[in-house]
Each structure stands twice: as C-alpha cells, then as structure tokens.
Design a binder for this molecule. Structure first.
Ligand SMILES: *Cc1c(COP(=O)(O)O)cnc(C)c1O
Length: 449
C-alpha cells in the first residue's frame, strides 16, 4: 500500500514484507546541482531530501533538525574528501558519534522519529539486527529519547569488541541489547519474524531502523551529491566505489543517479561473502552460509536492499518483484536473465577481496601513502583500483574509522591504530546486555519487558 513519508518512516518494512521506494524520483537538474557549490552539509541535505520530506514536517523544523544532526559530527566538513591518488578520493563518512557511516543516516532518523512521534503523541519500539555498526549507530541515535525504546540484536561473538562495547556501554533506560546465539542472518530473520507477527507488531508498536528503512537510504543520498559537487558535478562525471553488505549504501548512490547526479559507474566491493559479486559477474545470486571476515559489517548472506534495485530491473513492477523475491527465498537462488543483467552491469561493477587481500591492501596503502584504511574501506579501495575505467574520477566511501577494527589493523601493519577519544571512552564503561538463544518467543518476551 502507498504511504506518505511519515508513514514510511514509522513503518520501516511494508506489511506485505516488501520495501518502500518513492513512486518517482525527484529531479536534481544541472543548475540545481551547480547551486549546491559552497553549501555546507546540512544545507545540501535540505536541498537534496526536501522533496521526499515535504508535507511531513515544516521546512523550518527540518532545517533545524538537519543542523542538530550534523553538529554531532566532529569534522567541520561533516564528510570530508581526502585525496588518495590523482584520480582517487576517500569520502570519510565516519566522523559521527560511533565512527562509522551509519551515523550519517541514523542521527537524522532518531531525530525525525522523535519529532513526528511527539507531534502524534505516540511511542514506538525499534527493533533491529546488527552485524556491528548499525546497532551502535541506532542506539546512539535513539538513546534517552522520550518516545522511543530500542532493542538491538547482535550475533554473539561475531562483532568486534569495540562494536559490541559501543552498544552495550550505553546505559539509557530505553536501550536494550540482546546477544543472539546465531549469526547475523539469524538476527535479521528474528527481526523479520517479529514484524510478520501482526499481534506482536501492533502490541509493541514495532518499527525498524535497519537499512531497509527508506529514510535511511534517503539520508545517504546526500553525501554522494555533496562529494560529487565538490569534485565538479554536474560538469564532471564521478564514479563511486562502495564496500557493500546489505546494498543500502550503494543503493543510495544509485538513487542519487536516478535523481540526476552524473555518476558514471558504481563499483561494489565485497568480502568473501560475495553474493553480490557473483550476481554482477555471472547473474548468479545464490545464498551461501555466512563466513566471518575482518569486515564483519559486510558478513551477510542476502543483501536486503537489493530488492529495491530488482524493482527497477523489473520495470517497477511490484508483483514481478515480489514473485522473484519469493522464488529467491524458496530456492535460495535468483537469476534475472541476460537483458536485466545487462542493464545492471551497465552501471554496476563488483569485485571480491578475501581477508588476506584486505590486509595486504591496508598494509600497502599505509606504507605508500600513510593513509590508514579500516578493513571495510580497504575492500572499497581495492575494488576502486580494479575498476573497469581507470583514470575517471573515483570516490571511495570510507565507511568506518580504522580504530574500530584495531585487531585487523594490528595484523596488517604491526601497530595498533590511534584511538580517538570517542572510542576510548567505551573501553572504560561497564557492559550491559542479555544473551538469548535463537528463538523468536524468547526474544519477543524480552522485547516486551
Ligand atoms: C554497514 C557497513 C557497510 C555495508 O553497508 P551496506 O549499506 O550494508 O551495504 C560497510 N562498511 C561499514 C563500516 C558498515 O558499517
């Protein structure tokens, strides 16, 4: 069913299990893109996302919320571009409270939720699954907000210590952490099952902030525009390389292109969990068990946001998309056929890198340029280096601060990364979380308390 922005924001997942997409893409004309030169991040965010938000919130309130959101970022440019090589830049998305790119969208989402709920006099319970960075970013975005309680499931033992501590050391009355005895996909399945349970969903007024929430994708469109404008858009085509797991971040780049940003190429970097690379290489989308890697935020079996691209590949036919998704779930494999696959590979290119290649990449970049890549960003940089059109301006989404993955950095370079004060603080505080078996009823009972 069609919903307005506010409805989509609060619902997250659609009642039939599908994902929301805009009915049409608003247009960013070349003149509108040019007019963004010199605009700061919050103003860029306003200009780019206002067509989606208009009607749900006043322009004045929205501007204030955006200013507050991006004031939580420690870098004055919010998401600075760092030049790595003549035609290669890192877009640092990790200057927010939890040092990973998910803050960019979630700091906004928490504030939007609170604003809308206050006006409606409602409360919601946000439930999410995380393989690492989403959970802490969501908790930071929702902590101590009056109208929100938040419960985050993480796969026990499959997040880095820093990632876990960023979640479990938040001592706010509205925050609950559950370590599930299972992998990330098990956590995600539990969240989906909670949404599918209508009585439960209505009872606790369930909502989601994981990357299926359209508003998150929307917020991520902004930095692609912001970076491209700084490098000469609309008068220069830009390529982006994105280390990818759930396909949310790179889908936001795709959305920016649908709106009119001149993007020549989108390069996807995957780790050994390479379902997307297999799809783009050979139209082979088939589920395989998750393998833990040094880039845990990309350790996923199924990229949930891929459904949004599929919708466009199926000419925005919801029924055909739903059928394809159902077949995929039932058989564990999906092929879109040569025509659709050709459309997809005209824009997307994908490459996979295992842990050994990732470590070698971190070591090489540190030695050659002094720049320290976190393992996720390293996968993105390696994918950028392997791009089909070398020489074109290429921006890599730098998705996490290296200090969040100190063990991998130590392994790669022989030295621990410097720890920023924001991160050092979580190693000082006591952890609070519950452990639960991979069991829906048990988790539901905990969420209700
Ligand atoms: C979440 C995450 C990713 C993957 O992003 P998707 O939107 O799931 O593709 C990559 N790197 C880091 C550091 C992340 O936290």
């Amino acid at each position: 069913p069609t919903l307005d922005f506010e409805g989509v924001l609060l619902a997250g997942l659609a009642q039939d299990g599908g994902l929301y997409v805009p009915e049409s893409w608003p247009t960013l004309s070349p003149d509108a893109i040019r007019a963004l030169r010199g605009a700061d991040y919050a103003e860029t965010a306003f200009q780019v996302t206002w067509p989606f938000v208009e009607g749900a919130i006043t322009a004045e309130d929205y501007r204030r919320i955006l200013a507050e959101t991006y004031a939580t970022f420690e870098h004055p440019a919010t998401t600075p571009l760092i030049q790595l090589a003549p035609d290669l830049w890192a877009l640092e998305l990790f200057h927010g409270p939890t040092l990973a790119f998910k803050d960019v969208a979630l700091q906004l989402l928490g504030r939007l939720f609170d604003h809308v709920l206050t006006r409606r006099g409602e409360r919601i319970c946000i439930v999410g699954a995380t393989s690492g960075d989403t959970g802490s970013a969501a908790i930071e975005a929702c902590r101590d907000r009056d109208n929100i309680s938040i419960c985050i499931l993480h796969p026990k033992g499959h997040t880095s210590e820093a990632q876990r501590r960023q979640m479990t050391t938040v001592h706010a009355a509205n925050v609950m952490n559950i370590a599930v005895e299972g992998d990330f996909d098990a956590c995600q399945d539990l969240v989906k099952a909670m949404f599918a349970d209508r009585a439960f969903r209505e009872d606790v007024n369930l909502s989601a902030v994981n990357s299926i929430n359209w508003a998150r994708v929307m917020a991520q469109i902004v930095y692609y525009v912001y970076a491209a404008v700084r490098l000469g858009a609309p008068d220069r085509e830009i390529a982006f390389a994105v280390p990818t797991g759930n396909f949310g971040n790179v889908f936001a780049a795709y959305a920016a292109r649908q709106m009119g940003l001149p993007i020549r190429r989108l390069v996807i970097g995957s780790n050994s969990n390479d379902i997307l690379t297999r799809f783009f290489e050979a139209d082979d989308m088939s589920m395989r068990p998750v393998r833990p890697t040094l880039s845990p935020s990309m350790d996923i079996q199924v990229s949930s946001n891929f459904e949004r691209l599929l919708f466009d590949l199926y000419d925005r036919d919801g029924r055909a998309t739903a059928t394809a998704m159902r077949d995929f779930r039932e058989t564990g494999t999906l092929q879109v056929g040569p025509n659709r696959h050709g459309v997809a590979t005209g824009l997307f290119h994908a490459a996979r890198f295992d842990d050994a290649e990732t470590l070698a990449g971190i070591k090489r970049w540190r030695a050659d340029s002094g720049y320290l890549l976190d393992p996720h960003t390293a996968v993105g940089v390696l994918a950028a280096e392997a791009r089909p059109e070398p020489g074109a301006a290429m921006v890599v989404a730098a998705t996490a601060h290296p200090a969040k993955f100190a063990d991998a950095i130590q392994q790669a370079t022989g030295a621990a990364p410097d720890m920023p004060p924001r991160l050092a603080a979580v190693f000082e505080r006591e952890e609070r979380y519950q452990v639960s078996p991979n069991d829906l009823a048990a988790i539901q009972a905990q969420v209700k308390t």
